[in-house]
Every structure is written in structure tokens, then in C-alpha cells.
Design a protein around this ligand. Structure first.
Ligand code: HAM
Length: 422
């Protein structure tokens, strides 16, 4: 039997309502904060991620789906969304008219990690990126937007862990302190970490091996190596977060697994997820646009994993099933008229189910109940002769009503609208 690729999931019709609710909530909130949607390709040149995400990150070293295409180009499925958005920003000079550019995206990302609960090889992110604003208030505004989203989908208890990674002027001192620390513990480190001490000592802080993790816990903190500008920025972010009443705590262990971050970084972690517990991660990346060949534009963003959100909100989000009408032709002679009424209702975007397979009335009503229809209308020879039908309630709280067939569509439209409003 042919099966889907390991770690790449089908999202079946029964699950999709939850996804849509999450995505619609995200869209509405992003738009309220002035973000516009951007859609970039899932395939990009491998070089973009190597230069953008970082040559020595786990993502680029081990997790990308990369291949040489028939024309000889080195391509990769995007492991994340930021690099592609920055490429598009530069390529289309999106900043030319106004350097303040705010975009969001929703789509699949690909990482060849070991699949487990909450960790997949194709997963989906809702991501946002804001360019052109250096002020600490935008960091707080972004986190307030994230918090509003989490609250609205039913996760008000998620706390944001915030930290700062300093900037170019603090970094060399801090990296030296890190190297010195890890050199003292060489015998306890895994091969990846040994290789990275010189080139990318920050990466040792998020190694997944237990022994390395223990060494990392004792490593010097970037908070103790900040210059005055970075400290001032971080204080500004925290003051604004307090003012906006966004629950957060400083967690010096948040270092992020991608190379582009400077200054503010943050993660939202949920206790309800087991080991893959990060639902969101992000931060500032003030140098990336310039590094990829664009102007010096400060930037900040985050992305959240939709699969993990779905796992957390599955029993919390009340999904309103759209009101449906079941038209029930008694025999094949009434089918054409039922189809015509259905077409009129569907033209008004009313979800309408109609049996075209010649089932019995009883079987049709059973299917209508299973489909959560609110009303059924039985169309038999007798009803059509009299020009009169009954709107039959299938759910509690609705009442029966006799109507002329001529006004059936209008009455059903009104009843469905009342139900949606109530
Ligand atoms: P990230 O921390 O690598 O950041 O991923 C963000 C979120 O994507 C994670 O918190 C998690 O919820 C979800 N995620 C990551 N990998 C997987 C996986 N294998 N399976 C399921 N979910 C996963 C980024 O991707 C950055 N581009 C975020 C960003 C945007 N920073 C600035 N702007």
C-alpha cells in the first residue's frame, strides 16, 4: 500500500475546521496590527538558507531536504520562512517606498528531523516579520500581538520567555567567554559541539545531547556581557511588555537555534506538549537583510507551529458548525425540484445537503443528523401538489414551521441567519 512519507501528515476533513479557525484568527489579528500576507515559494536556492539560517546550525547541517535539480541548481525545501521573506523583500525592493514593512505568512516548512509527537518533517508555521523599526517598542508590540492570538485561541496561560543575545559590539566578548568555558569541558562534549567551539560557540548552548546540556547550563550568561546599548534596548522591551500587560519572564537560557538573531529573542513554551514544547520562537535579526545583500534594515519576527497549536487547543476551541439545511426528496420524481432549491440556497452560501443517490427518507434524515444539519425539508408528491412544506427542526431550540414552497428559500435563509447570529 502506498503511504505518506514518514513525518508528513495528511490533515483530514474532520481535523481541518480547527486549522481554519486558528488560521482565520491569526489572519484577523495580523491584519489588525498592520501586517499583510506574503506567499513565497517552498523551494529556494540552498545558498539562501546556508547564508541566512547559518552554515553551522542543525537545520542547515543536518535537516534540510536538498537536491540538485535537472538544471544543476542546488535547491532546498524551505526549513523556515524568514530567509525567503528577506530574499523577497530585497528582490522586490519592498522597502523602497516605506522602510517599515510588516508581513505574515502561513504555510508548510520542511525539516528532516526524527519524527515524534509534535515534531514532523513537514510542519506548518504562522510567521510574522516586521522590518525597518529599531525601537524596543516594536519588540513588545509583536509579543503583545502573539499573546492576543494565544489568548483568543484559548491558551491564555502561555508565558513568554524573553532574553537578549546582545549585538555585534557585545558578541565578540561573549563568544570568547563561551569558548573558554567549553574548552575547559572538552571531554564532556559531543562531536558536533567539539567541532563548533571555535566557529559557532553559541550553538553549543542549544545542543540536544544531555551531557552537553549540563555543560551549557553552567556556561556564562550573555546578560552579564551586554554593552550599554543592548542593555538599554532590553530594558525598553521589558518596560513596554509590562505596560502592555504581556505575561513574560526573563530566561537567560533562550538562545534559539538559528544564527541570525541579535538582541531580543523569545519563545513561548507550553507544559501540555511533552518534550516538543516550543509553540513559538522568534527575535530580532538586525543584520540579516544587509547580510543577504539588502540595505541595513532592522527586523524582528516570530513563527509558531500550527500542529502544536492544534494539539493544545483541540478540546478548547468551540467550533461553530455552519448551519446546514437537508433537502429530502421522497422519490426520484422530486429530485430535480430539490436540486433547484438547493442551488438557490447554495447561491446564498447556505450549506445545503441533498441526497442524489435515491436513499429512503429515513436514511436521508439519519445522514442529515450526522452532518449536523439544523433543518430538514421533506419534498414529496403531496407537498409539491399542495405547494406547502414543513421546515423540520433537527436540533434543539428550533421550531417547526409550515411554509409555501414559493417562499421556502427566503424563510430558510432567514432561519439560518437567525441561528448564526444567536
Ligand atoms: P523555530 O524556532 O525554528 O523558528 O520554529 C518556530 C516554531 O515552529 C517552533 O516553535 C515550533 O512550534 C515549530 N516547529 C519547528 N520545527 C518543527 C517541527 N519539526 N515539527 C513541528 N513544529 C515545528 C523559526 O523557524 C524562525 N524562522 C522564527 C522567526 C521568524 N524568527 C524571526 N522571524
Amino acid at each position: 500500500m502506498l503511504q505518506a512519507i514518514k513525518g508528513m501528515n495528511d490533515i483530514l476533513p474532520g481535523e481541518v475546521a480547527l486549522w481554519q479557525t486558528i488560521e482565520e484568527t491569526a489572519r484577523a489579528i495580523c491584519e489588525a496590527y498592520g501586517y499583510q500576507e506574503i506567499r513565497t515559494p517552498v523551494l529556494e536556492k540552498t545558498e539562501l538558507f546556508a547564508r541566512g539560517v547559518g552554515e553551522s546550525t542543525d537545520i542547515v547541517e543536518k535537516e534540510m531536504y536538498s537536491f540538485v535539480d535537472r538544471g544543476g541548481d542546488n535547491l532546498s525545501l524551505r526549513p523556515e520562512g524568514t530567509a525567503g521573506v528577506v530574499r523577497a523583500l530585497i528582490e522586490h525592493k519592498m522597502h523602497a517606498a516605506d522602510p517599515e514593512v510588516r508581513v505574515y505568512y502561513i504555510g508548510p516548512m520542511y525539516r528532516r528531523e526524527r519524527p515524534q509527537k509534535g515534531r514532523y518533517r513537514q510542519f506548518h508555521q504562522i510567521g510574522v516579520e516586521a522590518f525597518g523599526i529599531a525601537a524596543p517598542e516594536v519588540d513588545a508590540e509583536l509579543m503583545a500581538m502573539l499573546y492576543q492570538f494565544l489568548r483568543e485561541i484559548g491558551l491564555p496561560d502561555v508565558v513568554l520567555d524573553v532574553n537578549t543575545l546582545g549585538d555585534q559590539s557585545d558578541r565578540p566578548r561573549y563568544l570568547e567567554a563561551l569558548r573558554a568555558h567549553f574548552e575547559q569541558h572538552r571531554s564532556e562534549l559531543c562531536e558536533d559541539c567539539l567541532r563548533r567551539i571555535e566557529r559557532a560557540p553559541l550553538r553549543l548552548l542549544d545542543c540536544k545531547s544531555e551531557r552537553c546540556h549540563a555543560v551549557a547550563l553552567a556556561a556564562p550568561l550573555v546578560l552579564d556581557h551586554l554593552g550599554p546599548a543592548s542593555r538599554e534596548h532590553f530594558d525598553g522591551v521589558r518596560r513596554a511588555l509590562d505596560r502592555l500587560q504581556v505575561p513574560h519572564r526573563v530566561n537567560p537560557r533562550v538562545v534559539r537555534g538559528l544564527d541570525y538573531y541579535t538582541r531580543t529573542v523569545f519563545e513561548a513554551v507550553s507544559t501540555g506538549l511533552g518534550s516538543q514544547n516550543a509553540i513559538c520562537g522568534g527575535g530580532r535579526y538586525d543584520n540579516l537583510v544587509e547580510q543577504l545583500g539588502g540595505p541595513a534594515l532592522p527586523a524582528i519576527g516570530y513563527a509558531q507551529g500550527i500542529e502544536r497549536l492544534v494539539m493544545l487547543v483541540a478540546d478548547k476551541l468551540a467550533l461553530r458548525a455552519p448551519t446546514a439545511v437537508a433537502l429530502v426528496p421522497v422519490a426520484s420524481e422530486q429530485r430535480a425540484q430539490a436540486l433547484e432549491i438547493a442551488a438557490l440556497l447554495r447561491g446564498r452560501r447556505i450549506r445545503c445537503i441533498l441526497d442524489l443517490a435515491g436513499r429512503s427518507v429515513k436514511a436521508q434524515l439519519r445522514r442529515a443528523n450526522r452532518a449536523n444539519a439544523a433543518f430538514a425539508v421533506v419534498l414529496g408528491e403531496e407537498e409539491i401538489r399542495r405547494g406547502q412544506v414543513e421546515i423540520k427542526p433537527l436540533v434543539e431550540g428550533e421550531s417547526a414551521e409550515q411554509v409555501a414552497i414559493a417562499s421556502l428559500v427566503d424563510r430558510l435563509t432567514a432561519r439560518c441567519a437567525e441561528r448564526a447570529a444567536g
